[in-house]
Ligand binder design. Structure first.
Ligand code: CAA
Length: 262
């Protein structure tokens, strides 16, 4: 068929609670073009707005998560084009999604692919994953948040190493460095593992999950005293929810809670 395949495949898990988004530009190694990001943003917003969806999985292929921003799209771009269209500005949408996003990386996560992985909330890496920021080989620097998020995630020394030397690291190193939260053996599916994690989150109250994500993310933005105040206010606010009453009543009555997500 000549029908174009969608740039991002979107499907629901069996439980109906997890939206699974798969980067789908295999011939270009999932290069993150502007059209691909536009589709991804629409799917993310749909999932975030759908009350049935409790968590999102973002995955790529078995051999490649994403080989970076689309070099062919960027190659002839002028400064004025990049600046006037706020090129890569659309990547910021992902960071505004309220529901937890579990990333799953097998194979290459390079340049923008590594930066996209860094934007997910819980990252699952395969032992056979390869992370890196090869932008310097192209005469540029990371533009999807890499220099900032890497420093916050793995520290300045390692962020400099990746940014300035084109060093590539394995999934195991990414896990040891704290970039990935979970490590999956090479012969196992990172997507399946990510869906399992997302289903686990989906089994809890949606408000607590959203608040937990919001509070952890605030740590990256706020000084400690403000972050602690923000956390405590959010913690106190959850006492206004039915789920707090239900969760604690269920504990006291030695039964499983039935979440209302309100
Ligand atoms: N953009 C556009 N096309 C890409 C691409 C990219 N980032 N990465 C791979 N492709 C294309 C290749 O051009 C090739 O297309 P053709 O078949 O039309 O020639 C196809 O995907 C297959 O790629 P290779 O033949 O190169 O595959 P390989 O297995 O030999 O090598 C690789 C794999 C090491 C990942 C190699 O493709 C590579 O180095 N890719 C570029 C990685 C990179 O530099 N990423 C950073 C981009 S800049 C960026 O991301 C900026 C930012 O901060 C947001």
């Amino acid at each position: 068929s000549t029908q174009a395949e969608p740039l991002v495949l979107s499907r629901r898990s069996d439980s109906g609670k997890v939206q699974i988004l798969t980067l789908n530009r295999p011939k270009a190694l999932n290069a993150l073009s502007t059209p691909l990001f536009d589709v991804l943003n629409v799917e993310l917003e749909k999932a975030d707005a759908d009350p049935e969806v409790r968590a999102i999985v973002l995955t790529g292929g078995d051999k490649v998560f994403a080989a970076g921003a689309d070099i062919k799209e960027m190659k002839d771009k002028t400064f004025s084009e990049a600046y006037s269209t706020n090129f890569l500005g659309s990547w910021a949408k992902l960071a505004t999604i309220k529901k937890p996003i579990v990333g799953a990386v097998a194979g290459y996560a390079l340049g923008g692919g590594c930066e996209l992985a860094l934007m997910t909330d819980i990252l699952v890496a395969s032992e056979k994953a390869t992370f890196g920021q090869p932008e310097i080989t192209l005469g540029i620097i990371p533009g999807g948040g890499g220099t900032q998020r890497l420093v916050k995630t793995i520290g300045k020394a390692r962020a400099m190493d990746l940014t300035l030397t084109n060093r590539k690291i394995t999934g195991k190193e990414a896990y040891d460095w704290g970039l990935a939260a979970r490590l999956v053996p090479a012969d196992q599916s990172v997507t399946e593992e990510a869906v399992k994690i997302a289903e686990g989150i989906a089994g809890f109250g949606a408000l607590a999950a959203q608040a937990g994500k919001e509070a952890v993310n605030a740590a990256g933005e706020l000084p400690l005293s403000e972050g602690l105040r923000f956390e405590r206010r959010l913690f106190q606010a959850l006492f206004a929810t039915a789920d707090q009453k239900e969760g604690m009543a269920a504990f006291a009555e030695k039964r499983k809670p039935t979440w209302k997500h309100e």
